[in-house]
Design a protein around this ligand. Structure first.
Ligand SMILES: Cc1cc2nc3c(=O)[nH]c(=O)nc-3n(C[C@H](O)[C@H](O)[C@H](O)COP(=O)(O)OP(=O)(O)OC[C@H]3O[C@@H](n4cnc5c(N)ncnc54)[C@H](O)[C@@H]3O)c2cc1C
Length: 379
């Protein structure tokens, strides 16, 4: 075991939470290694836009010394929400700034939640780390305790390394979590089917106007359409369905068959305004099926010095705008606890005493948020 001042720290997962933790640790002169199963930073597209909340995501970025660089990249005008009537596309509600100036509702009450593409945010964090911090192509298969209180990381390639602290920042299907808890994610009953539009101002101008600078939502019974503007003139759309997870199997649809998915969805959204059905009929990319899973809430565990969890690995919840923000705050809080406390065990205990109650509260709110986003009955 290394000294209490210089513990060997492994973070499993180079997502937003793990990278924030690594960055804050390095800012305080601490050593850390991040193990990531993907082969490189651009091994896969990183997904849509995220709004950074002042008290969570932005607070973590401030702790990481990256808030100014975040603001240089972010889109404050993206902090806009429109709710449209599904049958007419008439506006029902509006929140945040618009091209025509502030709305009647005024800007967000908490001072603004600028949007940033997830890929840009991850690159910002990656670039801030000392070279070689992230070890790519290092998939972790499990964690096992050793007799001296340290932990052994077991890699899928058959190798192993020992650490004083293992941080599971490896997302929904964490391989570190079983060292602390038997909890497993369960299907929420909601699936997002994702698609996208390129060069929207020139190729899809009516859609661009409908969506505006931020996000748009239209709701029916058990089905919603969400569209959000990303950077680079791109609009990402989610078809949100309350449905069994195997809906496409039951419908006999090959998800890779764009035309078949399109035809099926258009049939489901019969009666919706044509400007909204455009989201189904005219996308430039195919359809990606994203079944939404959550961990049981409350999800807690008996404190074990030497291993802990952050972000989705600890508290996977419905994607209603909190998960990335909380993962980053977790990362920053854990790093600060490790700097402030003399022993790893005390630091983990201090961190979990704040993170666990916070995540229980957020999980309850997010479950309600999902019901609001995709109501079971007609709104
Ligand atoms: C459709 C959708 C929209 C969302 N929108 C928002 C939003 O607007 N705002 C918001 O705050 N949140 C949003 N979220 C939630 C957010 O994406 C997650 O909460 C957030 O990414 C969690 O970050 P994380 O660092 O904990 O995990 P992740 O981002 O999942 O990162 C985990 C990392 O660990 C790696 N990994 C996994 N297993 C292993 C292994 N065995 N060995 C090594 N590495 C491994 C993965 O490759 C990945 O890089 C959304 C989620 C979805 C699905």
């Amino acid at each position: 075991m290394n000294s209490a001042r210089d513990p060997r720290i492994a973070i499993v997962g180079a997502g937003l939470g793990g990278l924030t933790c690594a960055r804050v640790l390095q800012q305080h002169g601490r050593s850390v290694t991040v193990f990531e199963r993907e082969a490189s930073a651009d091994a896969r597209p990183q997904g849509g836009t995220l709004d950074m909340h002042p008290d969570t995501g932005q607070a973590a970025l401030r702790a990481a010394g990256l808030l100014d660089r975040f603001h240089a990249l972010a889109r404050p005008e993206g902090d806009e929400w429109r709710v449209l009537d599904f049958a007419t596309a008439a506006p029902l509600a509006h929140q945040g700034p618009s091209a025509d100036g502030p709305s009647a509702d005024g800007p967000s009450a908490d001072g603004g939640r600028p949007e940033i593409d997830r890929g840009q945010l991850r690159a910002l964090l990656l670039d801030s780390l000392t070279e070689g911090t992230v070890r790519w192509d290092r998939a972790v298969g499990g964690v096992t305790p050793l007799a001296d209180g340290t932990f052994r990381l077991l890699f899928d390639d058959g190798t192993a390394e020992d650490f004083d602290l293992v941080v599971g920042a490896d997302g929904a299907w964490s391989r570190v979590r079983p060292a602390l808890s038997h909890a497993a994610p369960r299907y929420t009953g909601v699936t997002f089917v994702e698609t996208g539009f390129d060069h929207c101002d020139t190729r899809h101008p009516d859609l661009a106007r409908l969506v505006g600078n931020g996000s748009m939502l239209a709701k029916g019974a058990g089905m919603s359409l969400v569209a959000q503007r990303n950077s680079n003139d791109h609009i990402r759309a989610y078809v949100a369905l309350r449905t069994p997870e195997d809906w496409h199997v039951a419908a006999g649809i090959d998800l890779g068959d764009r035309r078949a998915v399109r035809t099926h969805l258009l049939r489901m959204f019969d009666g919706w305004d044509e400007s909204l059905r455009y989201l189904l009929s005219n996308s430039d990319s195919g359809f990606v099926n994203r079944s939404l899973f959550v961990l049981p809430a409350p999800h807690t565990w008996e404190h074990v010095p030497g291993v802990t969890l952050l972000g989705d690995a600890a508290h996977l919840m419905p994607p209603v705008g909190l998960g990335a923000n909380l993962a980053m705050l977790d990362g920053s809080d854990l790093a600060h606890a490790l700097v402030a406390e003399t022993g790893v065990g005390d630091a983990v205990r201090a961190y979990e005493s704040v993170m666990l109650p916070r995540s229980i509260e957020a999980a309850t709110g997010s479950a309600q948020g999902l019901d609001h986003l995709v109501p079971a009955t007609a709104p």
